[in-house]
Design a protein around this ligand. Structure first.
Ligand code: ADP
Ligand code: MG
Length: 332
């Protein structure tokens, strides 16, 4: 078992102590940062992954878990239109946690920090009497006037998602049911749950384009996250089932598991794609922008309407799906 000091030392050796915008990193009571440049704003977000709630070490490789803890925060910064710069890491470690788990975890965290060009500037390490918990805080930056909020959607706007839906929910189902052969056949589903890739480039590109009115990253599922935009913007939404991007892997794996892919696409959380709205006349320019920023594709799945609620139109039937995603205090 590594001591608290050894864990911190290991992280510290890999983290810069000074750098652009950073007066002092790990090692003192506080990290010290310069204010961002003129006309720039600081964005801050935090997310906790709790053993037994958000992950299960029975199937989650520690290295990928470490990457995910960083990635979900980078996703939040990107959803506000920002670029991630600095990270803080709090670890609650149960006694007797295998040293390989801790090593894998720190390796994964460091990999993700490097990939997203983040500097680790501090954190906290404590003993846990429950499970393992990882809490990451990320500080990012955006140009003033280019930050995107949930509150900007207007009736008539189009609703977009930046990639396939339901992948992470199926990846989780495959892990839970121990369907190793399905995992091998559809590695992108496993990856969506175990090792999600945030829209780190697309988020700031959409914000800089000035074409987007509201944005959120999908962590709780389309229905709930769209309801958040609706509630903050004071509008409703109409989603068309046949326009939802359901990759073949989602349809096929769902069939193998005896699941209906549509509810997974609507309520399955954790896909970490961007969900955003734009005035209809921006549609043409948005497509080109996504290809340039990340080689990805955007899908127009519905429209913003006056009023409230999120309605799904499927085969001529209309259902209210607002807040039909995952809620930690209610369960699925
Ligand atoms: P304090 O007790 O004053 O909070 P600590 O001994 O907890 O100080 O931490 C010493 C230094 O190590 C601080 O700079 C802190 O930010 C950093 N640190 C502690 N745990 C972590 C961690 N898990 N990841 C990154 N930095 C950490
Ligand atoms: Mg401390």
């Amino acid at each position: 078992m590594l001591s608290e000091r050894e864990i911190i030392d290991r992280l510290r050796r890999q983290a810069a102590r000074v750098g652009p915008g950073l007066r002092l990193g790990i090692g003192d009571d506080c990290a010290v940062l310069d204010p961002p440049g003129p006309g720039r704003l600081t964005l801050i977000t935090t997310d906790t992954l709790m053993e037994g709630v958000h992950f299960d070490l029975a199937w989650h490789p520690p290295e990928l878990l470490g990457r995910k803890a960083v990635a979900v925060n980078v996703s939040d910064i990107a959803a506000s239109g920002g670029e991630s710069r600095f990270a803080l890491l709090s670890l609650a470690v149960p006694p007797g946690l295998a040293v390989e788990v801790l090593e894998g975890l720190t390796r994964g965290i460091m990999e993700a920090l490097t990939r997203h060009r983040l500097t680790l500037i501090g954190g906290d390490t404590v003993a846990s009497k429950g499970g393992l918990a990882l809490s990451v805080t990320v500080l990012g930056e955006a140009a003033e006037g280019r930050v995107l909020y949930r509150s900007g959607a207007r009736p008539g706007d189009l609703i977009w998602v930046s990639g396939g839906l339901g992948l992470a929910a199926l990846g989780l189902a495959i892990c839970r049911e121990g369907r190793v052969e399905l995992g091998r056949r559809y590695p992108e589903l496993l990856a969506a749950h175990l090792d999600p890739a945030p829209e780190a480039a697309l988020g700031p590109a959409l914000a800089a384009s000035g074409l987007v009115s509201a944005m959120i990253d999908m962590s709780d599922g389309l229905a709930t996250d769209l309801a958040q935009i609706g509630a903050e913007s004071g509008v409703g939404a109409r989603v068309f089932a046949e326009r939802l991007p359901l990759p073949d892997s989602v349809r096929e794996a769902a069939a193998s598991l005896g699941l209906d892919p549509l509810p997974l696409a609507i309520s399955g959380g954790e896909d970490y794609r961007l969900l955003f709205t734009s005035p209809p006349e921006a549609a043409g320019r948005l497509g080109g922008l996504a290809r340039l920023a990340c080689g990805g594709q955007l899908f127009a799945v519905g429209e913003v309407v006056a009023g409230a609620g999120v309605r799904l139109e499927a085969e001529g039937r209309v259902t209210d799906i607002a807040f039909k995603g995952y809620d930690h205090f209610r369960g699925p």
